[in-house]
Write a protein that binds this ligand. Structure first.
Ligand code: NAD
Ligand code: TYD
Length: 364
């Protein structure tokens, strides 16, 4: 029996006040009744405690504010809660911000991940459970580490060589290499998932989909970089959470798994789909939301196309994406329309407004 009389095991989620992390905690509390979650999050601009309101069975969620780079603090946390599984989401995640301030991406994504690995290794070694088959360090990574595809190239898979192009993807690639090296060198049981672009509830509104939805309903320009010809493989966040849980339970230590939505679409098409759904959900007095689309200066080094072949996780772990892009976008739009307080709290913060000014003023 674990601490506090809980007959359950305790997992550590890092970055659980962010977009995917908070959805993952919701997913676990909803579906796994014998799991308790310790959520370690530094509450950077991207972290929101409001994303953790109304959790199912909230007494199984323990929020702790702190940074992954504080190795002593993290080691104490692992000891106190007897953590056997770590699911590591915490990161700086926005490509455009990484172009403006790459140093922060080095510190959080590379040094932070390294220190978290060290803390896990130290605690599991001192507890003599490293080789027991019960511990796992699961690292959440991105398809962006593989670089960019041309229109007719085969999708990325687990054997695609790393070729990161942005400071963000370079920092994620470096962290993936550290994670892998801790398995090879020290025997730390790790798994890595490389997933495509996620969308859904609780996504910070600097990312394409929530930004477009919220600008549209305020009658603001919908900024499309370049000609909007870039292609992304969109994955509904709940499908992603399902995949992570399957990897955590049945994935083979040392292996990586690619996760995608089987949905490759040009950015301009996604923006037009959002406008069409909004035309139905919240019609304008005249015309379509498409009238707000504005083509703006492109992102430097903008990766042209990402696409994922997720046959390995489908065949080995029986996972597949369940949500079509159309259904997922409609659910996402409805969520943003129904959660005005969450949206307003974020958009009123100086950190949000400063970023929007910095990123879009220069694009004209
Ligand atoms: P997010 O930006 O919404 O949230 C990141 C969270 O990490 C925030 O809550 C933040 O406060 C926390 N954090 C940042 N630095 C920290 C630190 N030093 N210590 C502790 N917490 C810290 O990110 P997201 O979109 O939820 O992404 C989660 C993970 O998934 C990331 O590792 C990201 O690289 C990966 N990923 C995301 C996508 C996507 O489309 N969102 C796609 C592929 C991979
Ligand atoms: P984003 O949501 O930032 O994710 P990522 O850069 O990790 O793929 O952007 C998704 C795509 O949308 C990407 O090709 C850049 C593009 N984009 C725009 O066209 N306009 C915008 O305002 C933003 C934020 C992104």
């Amino acid at each position: 029996m674990a601490k506090d009389g809980y007959e359950m095991y305790t997992i550590l989620v890092t970055g659980g006040a962010g977009f995917i992390g908070s959805n993952f905690i919701r997913y676990v509390l909803e579906n796994e009744k014998d799991v308790r979650v310790v959520n370690l999050d530094a509450l950077t601009y991207a972290g929101n405690k409001e994303s953790l309101e109304n959790l199912p069975d909230p007494k199984r969620h323990i929020f702790i504010q702190g940074g992954i780079e504080d190795m002593d603090f993290v080691t104490r946390l692992l000891r106190e809660y007897k953590i056997t599984k770590i699911i590591h989401f915490a990161a700086e995640t926005h490509v455009d911000r990484s172009i403006v301030d790459p140093e922060l991406f080095m510190r959080t994504n590379v040094t932070g991940t390294y220190r978290l690995l060290m803390a896990a290794l130290k605690y599991w070694e001192e507890s003599n459970i490293l080789d027991d088959g019960i511990v796992r360090f699961h690292h959440i990574s991105t398809d962006e580490v593989f670089g960019a595809l041309n229109k007719n190239d085969s999708p990325f898979d687990e054997n695609t060589p790393y070729q990161p192009n942005s400071p963000y993807s370079a920092s994620k690639a470096a962290s993936d290499h550290f994670v892998r090296s801790f398995q090879k060198t020290y025997g730390l049981p790790i798994t890595i998932t490389n997933c495509s672009n996620n969308y859904g509830p609780y996504q910070y509104p600097e990312k394409l989909i929530p930004l477009i939805v919220l600008n549209a309903i305020e009658g603001k320009p919908l900024p499309v970089y370049g000609k909007g010809a870039q292609i992304r493989d969109w994955l509904y966040v709940v499908d992603h959470c399902d995949a992570i849980w399957k990897v955590l339970c049945n994935g083979v230590p040392g292996e990586t798994y690619c996760i995608g939505g089987d949905t490759q679409v040009e950015n301009i098409e996604v923006v037009k789909m959002l406008c069409k759904i909004l035309d139905e959900e919240k019609p304008l007095q005249a015309g379509s939301y498409e009238k707000y689309i504005q083509f703006v200066t492109d992102r430097p080094g903008h990766d042209f196309r990402y696409a994922i072949n997720c046959n390995k996780i489908k065949q080995q772990l029986g996972w597949q994406p369940k949500t079509t892009l159309h259904d997922g976008l409609r659910a996402t739009i409805r969520w943003y329309l129904n959660n005005e307080a969450w949206v307003t709290a974020i958009r009123n913060k100086p950190s949000y407004q400063e970023w929007i000014m910095k990123n879009y003023l220069k694009r004209g």
